[in-house]
Design a binder for this molecule. Structure first.
Ligand code: SF4
Length: 299
């Protein structure tokens, strides 16, 4: 996978602000404004990784599962959707102007097989949490969008269920379940979805559910009941984040804020927090010697 190329810095950052914000981009800004700059202002693509790809495949299989009749929603059928989803992804990628999966794993290699088996295991783990023959989903990959203050916010909900007159919002996660002190943070996107649903329908969802499918063992579930106070805080958070984004754009200032997630950041090779500073120009106009240049005697 090739490293991203450092972008040219545009003149007018305000003009490049997005017309609508997703929870992922809002979270990018609140964890590291520089990451938001890379993804949203200069629009560098985030290359696919093995981790994101196996998650995409498990999501595709579970999306298809709920489009089948209840009697067909069995684990082996769901697992069998993973490999066709991979073939479809590769075919779309080959036709794309910005291919994301080329070179990720070699066709027929043990690495490709491992990726597919992991995705299949995630799908199997799903069946340790729920029995999908007991209800029909209200919607899968549901697009939600609403104006929050001066900002349009939108996103996609993995699954929405309407059971016993209540709305349940479900997202599948294929990363590791966060430790207790980070679990509230893990619900950020879900809280935004709950707010958007209430704005769109006037109905407050009943519960948010994160289904963790990774690992060899049974899946795990995190739940959060939706309250009016939760939605008010989420609204205030979004309005605050958008104000800070506008201010960063006006000042053309997107500070890098290194943290534990830098290890997973695609932009680390070009991030000012990690990239070596440019070498100073030598007074006579010649390039300064490389640190390993034999002309430089060891000190
Ligand atoms: S490497 Fe870390 S500090 Fe740099 S852009 Fe990514 S998240 Fe921000």
């Amino acid at each position: 996978m090739s490293a991203p190329v450092p972008p040219a810095d545009p003149e007018d950052h305000v003009a490049l602000l997005p017309a609508r914000l997703s929870p992922s981009r809002a979270k990018d800004y609140s964890t590291c404004p520089r990451k938001f700059y890379f993804t949203t202002i200069v629009k560098l693509p985030s290359p696919a990784t093995v981790e994101t790809t196996r998650g995409t495949l498990a999501h595709a299989a579970l999306e298809r599962l709920y489009q089948e009749p209840r009697s067909a929603r069995v684990a082996e059928a769901a697992v069998s959707y993973v490999r066709p989803a991979w073939a479809e992804l590769l075919a779309k990628d080959a036709a794309s102007a910005r291919p994301a999966y080329q070179g990720l794993v070699e066709a027929g290699s043990p690495q490709e097989e491992r990726l597919l088996r992991d995705a299949e295991q995630f799908v199997r783990n799903y069946f340790t949490i729920e029995d999908p023959t007991r209800w029909d989903a209200d919607a899968v990959e549901k697009h939600v969008s609403a104006d929050i203050g001066a900002l349009t916010v939108h996103g996609f909900i993995d699954r929405l269920d309407h059971i016993h007159g209540k709305l349940w919002v479900t997202d599948y996660k294929t990363g590791r379940m966060p430790r207790p002190r980070y679990q509230d943070e893990a619900f950020f996107a879900m809280k935004v979805y709950a707010l958007l649903l209430r704005e769109m329908t006037g109905i407050m969802p009943h519960q948010l559910r994160l289904l963790y499918l990774s690992g060899r063992g049974p899946g795990q579930i995190l739940r959060a009941d939706v309250t009016p106070a939760m939605l008010s805080r989420t609204r205030a958070d979004l309005v605050g984040i958008w104000r800070r984004i506008q201010s960063s754009a006006a000042r053309r200032d997107w500070p890098a804020e290194p943290g534990p997630l830098c290890g997973w950041c695609a932009f680390k090779p070009i991030c000012p927090a990690f990239a070596p500073p440019p070498a100073p120009a030598a007074p006579d106009g010649q390039a300064p010697p490389h640190p390993t240049d034999p002309r430089e005697p060891p000190g």
